[in-house]
Design a protein. Structure first.
Length: 75
């Protein structure tokens, strides 16, 4: 499974940070994967947070692209 798919699945249930992506999926370039997902049509919100004097982004999935939601009426 690609890092982009793993990250997308992660964001379906909770937000993700660069540290989460590195620890859980070995992804060193989360911003690049987020850009790839946005280019595929996924709506992702970025929130910059400052904690202990350090700034980092937290990414939230707002809406998957219509092509990833599957056929309408499917169960």
């Amino acid at each position: 499974m690609s890092q982009s798919i793993q990250i997308l699945n992660h964001m379906a249930s909770k937000p993700i940070t660069a540290i989460d992506a590195l620890q859980e999926y070995g992804c060193f370039r989360l911003a690049a994967r987020i850009n790839d997902l946005r280019m595929q049509g996924h709506q992702i919100h970025s929130e910059v947070t400052t904690k202990n004097g350090k700034r980092f982004a937290t990414y939230h999935l707002l809406k998957k692209s219509p092509s990833d939601e599957g056929p309408k009426g499917a169960t």
